[in-house]
Ligand binder design. Structure first.
Ligand code: PGA
Length: 239
């Protein structure tokens, strides 16, 4: 398993359902990283082996994994298969998967467990809807998501948490810096075992806001969607 303690910040690109071979060639010709930060690219699974890994701080991540280990489950990819292909990270419970593919806390927990057992770091995504925020339910929602989706064997070395307010994803809206820091602090204090977890922020991260967000005391990096598809912008975010 990758030693997360080696890095000051973690930046994860979530390409979602985007990219192709030409895009990847162009992207990796221009992608530049320094050794301080951990950089993970989560492309669609079929392209993971086309991603170049030529520096000690660059890794590949999947966007999802099966709850099943093997068997008659057409279309699925298991944690063992990801491990077999040297995939080091996997997003789990992204809000788009929860919304469009019926992912729930129970499946997120099972998937995370399978990943940890195969030495892949799950990036467990949590976050509130706009309605939940407006009705002051954010903390309650996060407690439930954390308690129900983080396996007991999770610790700061084998699991990452990503806080992604759903209303901030792909909208250009973000919480205030104070709110981001406060929520991250809250997440780390839901239980003392979470104190040392890496907690990433995601939701409309771009060049213009990334350095302020990453500088926050309780933020350990970012999960970046739309802006990670523009390699120049991603380079400036991770630099
Ligand atoms: P965004 O997406 O950066 O485009 O808001 C973030 C995510 O979905 O992980």
């Amino acid at each position: 398993m990758i030693n997360l303690a080696n890095f000051s910040s973690i930046f994860i690109a979530n390409w979602k359902l985007n990219g192709n071979i030409d895009f990847i060639k162009h992207y990796y010709q221009k992608l530049t990283t320094n050794n301080k930060n951990c950089v993970v690219v989560c492309s669609p699974s079929i392209y993971l082996n086309a991603l170049k890994i030529d520096s000690k701080n660059m890794f590949r991540g999947a966007q999802d994994v099966s709850v099943y280990r093997e068997g008659a489950y057409t279309g699925e990819l298991s944690a063992e298969m990801l491990e077999d292909n040297n995939i080091n990270f996997c997003l789990v419970g992204h809000s788009e998967r929860r919304q469009y593919f019926s992912e729930n806390n129970e499946t997120v927990k099972l998937k995370s467990l399978n990943l940890i057992e195969t030495n892949i770091i799950p990036v467990i995504c949590i976050g509130e809807t706009l309605k939940e925020k407006e009705t002051n339910q954010t903390k309650e929602v996060l407690i439930k998501q954390i308690n129900e989706s983080v396996p007991n064997i999770s610790n700061s070395k084998n699991t990452i948490i990503a806080y992604e307010p759903i209303w901030a994803i792909g909208t250009g809206l973000t919480p205030t810096l104070e709110d981001i820091d406060e929520v991250h602090d809250f997440i780390k204090r839901i239980d003392k075992r979470f104190n040392t977890f890496k907690v990433l922020y995601g939701g409309s991260v771009k060049t213009s806001n990334s350095s302020d967000i990453v500088a926050l005391k309780n933020v350990d990096g970012c999960l970046i969607g739309g802006a990670s598809l523009k390699v120049d912008e991603f380079n400036s975010i991770i630099s």
